[in-house]
Design a protein around this ligand. Structure first.
Ligand code: AMP
Ligand code: MN
Ligand code: MN
Length: 353
């Protein structure tokens, strides 16, 4: 099983540009995936990345529901954050699995490498199909379709469901549209494309209640707003105002309510600070700090996060840094300073560019 060959991810060395090109043969590989899936007689387990977001859960639910409609035994293994949990039916999601049944096909969605896949022992899978849109994806699995030009993994899942020949209905279209909505920040981020908008329109035609969905996706726990206030007090500017950061400590989260894992979108607020090129939210966890980075104006969050040992997209990326908040901030600031210097040098070399 070829997933074993990826035990050591082919992560680009620090600072080297990741491969943000898609594979020219992606339609053919996706067709092959659909054919093999339709012929698959064993169980199918759909998983995505750790700390799942709307694209991870939405892509997974859409695919698993389409597969079940086609008569397959398909389950999503995931523990979503509470603001997304409404998308799944009660009992529809499985907790993490220690073991896989024989002859299990695993779909890994929206996850750049096997270490980021949550909830299954991938090495026990009879086959692994990797569907993703992160340029830093290591192209793991028996079949891999990686398209960094796609705004969301859900756009690839939409193509796959079409190829599988499932009949679209609101139950499949709603989570699929969720993936597009959340990864484009409701069509506000730079990855918003004609394809994303057109596919959204197509999905709405399949019966999604668009107004109810976008409204519900923005609901937050009442205590969320207290935490938001605390976090926004920590906003700070560095590197001549080009880097904005804020942080969440474990104490702040405990104060607000430990189950509040809704802080993922705080970085989406500070990225709107005028004049910045890079925004980062530092989230303290036991012994490490999760760094969420957003970039604009040619700066690459992806390069910054690769330096920190993580990955992601050019505009949005993440990493987990060992140590405390101050160590993480120092590493982030240094990596950002290097990225901004690279930008200045590129502008001198190609003033028109
Ligand atoms: P986040 O800041 O967690 O919202 O992540 C932004 C983007 O980068 C998402 O597409 C994540 O899947 C991706 N990402 C976050 N952390 C990592 C990591 N450690 N390695 C690779 N990709 C990551
Ligand atoms: Mn994601
Ligand atoms: Mn995604």
């Amino acid at each position: 099983m070829t997933v074993m060959s990826t035990a050591e991810p082919a992560r680009p060395a620090n600072g080297t540009p990741p491969d943000n090109r898609g594979s020219a043969d992606h339609p053919a590989v996706l067709r092959r995936m659909a054919e093999r899936t339709l012929a698959w007689t064993g169980p199918i387990v759909v998983v995505a990345h750790v700390d799942p977001d709307g694209d991870a859960l939405g892509s997974s639910l859409a695919l698993a529901r389409a597969l079940r409609q086609l008569g397959k035994r398909a389950v999503v293994v995931m523990e979503p954050p509470r603001y997304l949990a409404f998308l799944a039916e009660p009992g529809e999601l499985s907790p993490a699995l220690d073991a896989l049944e024989p002859d299990t096909l695993v779909y890994a969605l929206d996850a750049g490498d096997p270490q980021r896949v949550w909830g299954v022992p991938l090495d026990q899978a009879a086959a692994v199909f990797n569907v993703d849109h992160h340029g830093t994806n290591t192209r793991f699995g028996d079949l891999a379709v990686v398209e960094p030009s796609k705004a969301a993994c859900a756009l690839l899942v939409k193509e796959l469901i079409d190829l599988l020949g499932a009949e679209w209905d609101a139950a499949i279209a709603t989570p699929c549209l969720t993936g597009i909505l959340t990864d484009t920040g409701n069509f506000r981020h730079g990855n918003t494309s004609r394809e994303a908008l057109e596919t959204a329109g197509e999905l709405i035609d399949h019966g999604v209640d668009y107004v109810a969905l976008t409204d519900r996706l923005q609901w937050r726990h009442p205590r969320y707003f207290h935490l938001l206030g605390e976090v926004m007090r920590t906003v700070r500017y560095d590197l001549d105002g080009q880097l904005v950061t804020a942080y969440v400590t474990e104490a702040m989260r405990a104060e607000a309510g430990a189950e509040l894992d809704d802080s993922e979108d705080f970085v989406g607020l500070i990225r709107n600070a005028e004049g910045i090129k890079v925004a980062a939210l530092l989230k303290e966890r036991a012994g490490s700090v999760k760094v969420s980075v957003r970039a604009r104006d040619g700066a690459s969050a992806q390069r910054i996060c690769l330096e920190l040992g993580g990955g992601g997209h050019v505009a949005a990326a993440g990493a987990t840094v060992e140590g405390d908040l101050e160590a993480a901030r120092a590493a982030l600031t240094a990596a950002t300073a290097r990225e901004l210097a690279r930008l200045r040098e590129a502008a001198v070399a190609d003033p028109a560019g």
